[in-house]
Design a binder for this molecule. Structure first.
Ligand code: NDP
Length: 294
């Protein structure tokens, strides 16, 4: 039987309605309008699309959006100056510098310069450290989106074997960490796989919940999973164009074959993707709430 679809687009819509109400309440009761600053350096088409989507989401939810587009040859010093100004700006509660940055800029230095209280991407080491010890104020957007999907589809994690494939700092490592925290939505036994893993299929076959973030189209096939697995496919891979010139996307999981064995699965597109920006909006609102003085 085909798997139940975990529809991130629908859950995202639901959460955005909740966020809109929270934003209205913040404005009415506290006179605070949550504000997100986005910084785009250069002309990368993908980055432009992402920043545009974030700006649009802010506008739709009543969040103040301050976007700065800078030329590709912007110096690191100028970028750090801008970050400092935004750190000091009380209208701004979240700062997001779209990655990747041009090669002459040290992205790490820029991320470290963002005030951890405004680090709504949760990339600053202070926030990464807090996440590790289970005290995170912000949770990174894609992993947090995955947690919300599992929660809202009543997928129990406690005592389950969660296998994560991919160990990036923005997806693999943080989701593995969240899954092993002794807290609701976690308390799982976690295995983290990567390119150094020998016999990947031996691990993926053991998964009750399989989370894949590797950037390899359709790499996880039906013979690599067990019956009844819940599959979260984070991958977004452009695999061609339709005759009309529209981009075709595929996940890291071979959806057609795996859905025949899985109990539930996220589609690509419409699964994890829509959740990421929504959780960014949620973090911005959380950052604004944290400025309320008692
Ligand atoms: P990275 O390229 O930063 O990391 C990929 C990870 O996957 C690495 O740890 C790498 O291992 C591992 N890996 C790659 N190939 C294999 C393989 N064949 N077997 C086992 N492990 C492998 O990717 P990201 O985490 O940034 O992104 C992963 C995917 O998720 C991409 O398709 C990206 O577009 C998508 N994505 C989607 C988001 C969304 O909102 N839906 C948000 C972020 C990412 P090693 O460390 O050994 O090199």
């Amino acid at each position: 039987m085909p798997a139940q679809l975990i529809k991130g687009a629908e859950v995202s819509k639901q959460i955005r309605e909740e966020i809109t109400k929270e934003v209205e309440e913040l404005k009415e009761k506290h006179g605070i309008t949550p504000g997100l600053a986005t910084i785009l350096v250069g002309e990368d088409p993908g980055s432009k699309v992402y920043v545009g989507q974030k700006e649009k989401a802010c506008n739709n939810l009543g969040i103040y959006s301050a976007r700065t587009d800078l030329p590709a040859d912007t110096s690191e010093a100028d970028l750090l100056d801008l970050v400092k100004k935004l750190n000091d700006d009380p209208k701004i509660h979240g700062i997001l510098c779209q990655l990747p940055l041009p090669k002459h800029v040290d992205a790490t230095r820029v991320i470290y310069a963002i005030d951890p209280d405004k680090d709504v991407d949760c990339f600053h080491p202070v926030n990464v450290g807090k996440l590790m010890i289970g005290k995170g104020r912000f949770l990174p957007c894609t992993p947090n989106g995955i947690m919300e999907l599992l929660k809202r589809y009543d997928v129990a994690t406690e005592g389950k074997h969660v296998v994560v494939v991919g160990r990036s700092n923005i997806v693999g490592k943080p989701i593995a960490n969240l899954m092993l925290q002794r807290s609701p939505g976690g308390n799982a036994t976690v295995t983290l796989c990567h390119t150094g893993t020998k016999d990947l299929a031996a691990f993926t076959k053991m998964a009750d919940i399989l989370i894949v973030a590797i950037g390899q189209p359709k790499a996880i096939t039906a013979d690599m999973v067990k019956e009844g697995v819940v599959v979260i496919d984070v991958g977004v891979n452009r695999i061609g164009k339709t005759p009309e010139g529209k981009g075709i996307l595929a996940g890291d999981v071979d959806f057609d074959s795996v859905q025949e064995k899985a109990a539930a699965i996220t589609p690509v597109p419409g699964g994890v993707g829509p959740m990421t920006i929504t959780m960014l909006m949620k973090n911005t609102v959380e950052a604004a709430k944290a400025t309320i003085s008692d």
